[in-house]
Design a protein around this ligand. Structure first.
Ligand code: ADP
Ligand code: MG
Length: 260
């Protein structure tokens, strides 16, 4: 059985890509077969796994989507990262695909067709979404079993969460009844500040009853700012640091969800 998790938030810079990398590699370290799908035209998942020039790649999520739309055979082009995860890369070609999708029949379900083909080979497929609620993100939510929502621990970052939750419940009604919320993950937390504590309390008060909020939060640390340039996970970059511990604990929580 393969589980598909979309990592989504229409805000940028909240830790989606960082979470896709470190949850993905965390799951691989636990022996899971993991495929990461870069579904952002900025290709930051691709480059932060060390594939520096996404634009020169012959196969990407864009060419794969194009093949599905044209009902042609889907190209392979899966990249392998030394830490044990596979990657479908992305580049700016995805912008054109997102525009082209508007005129495609069943435009919300193009990615789902590809993901269904890949499910036999993996235990987890993590989708790193664009910072928008455009058609590409809708495609991700349409084929996901659950959505993991990173939220930056700042009051302003909570704005917009309501809109995302509304979209999720809309998608549940219209396209994907099985879609669950894996949880809200607080990122970039500086636990010593009162501000961060207040944000966490506010989040639990406003959403905690209806939505799972991960026990573990990700602390703010420059170590996580450094990893994209290295092309490695936090486990390799700073194995004993608090961010590595936090992502390990998150990985365990996600694995435990399977046993609930
Ligand atoms: P998104 O994918 O939501 O746009 P990213 O994961 O790319 O967000 O993170 C935005 C920036 O913040 C990146 O430079 C990343 O390295 C950095 N970052 C992510 N998480 C943390 C953290 N917990 N502490 C410090 N910096 C972080
Ligand atoms: Mg990103």
């Amino acid at each position: 059985m393969c589980k598909v998790i979309a990592v989504a938030n229409m805000k940028g810079g909240v830790g989606k890509t960082t979470t896709a990398v470190n949850l993905g590699i965390g799951l691989a370290m636990q022996g899971k077969r993991v495929l990461l799908l870069d579904c952002d035209s900025q290709g930051s998942l691709t480059s932060s796994l060390g594939f520096r020039k996404p634009s020169v790649l012959e196969t990407s999520i864009a060419t794969i989507m194009a093949a599905v739309i044209a009902e042609e055979e889907v190209p392979d082009g899966i990249l392998h990262h030394p830490e044990g995860v596979d990657l479908v890369p992305s580049n700016e070609g995805l912008k054109g695909i997102e525009l082209a999708l508007v005129n495609v029949m069943s435009r919300e379900l193009v990615l789902k067709e590809y993901v269904s083909q890949m499910k036999n080979d993996y235990d987890y497929i993590l989708i790193d979404c664009m910072p928008s609620l455009g058609l590409m993100t809708i495609n991700a939510l349409a084929c996901a079993d659950s959505v993991l929502i990173p939220v930056q621990a700042a009051k302003l970052a909570l704005e917009g969460l309501q809109e995302l939750l509304r979209t999720i419940s809309h998608i549940r009604k219209k396209i994907n009844q099985r879609l669950k919320i894996e949880g809200i993950l607080l990122t970039m937390v500086n636990p010593r500040t009162r501000y961060a504590r207040e944000t966490m309390e506010m989040l639990r008060d406003s959403y905690g009853e209806n939505v799972h909020i991960f026990q573990e939060y990700i602390p703010y640390t420059v170590r996580l700012e450094e990893t994209p340039a290295e092309g490695i996970s936090i486990y390799r970059h700073d194995s004993r640091g608090k961010a590595a511990m936090a992502y390990q604990a998150l990985t365990k929580e996600v694995l435990d969800h399977e046993n609930r």
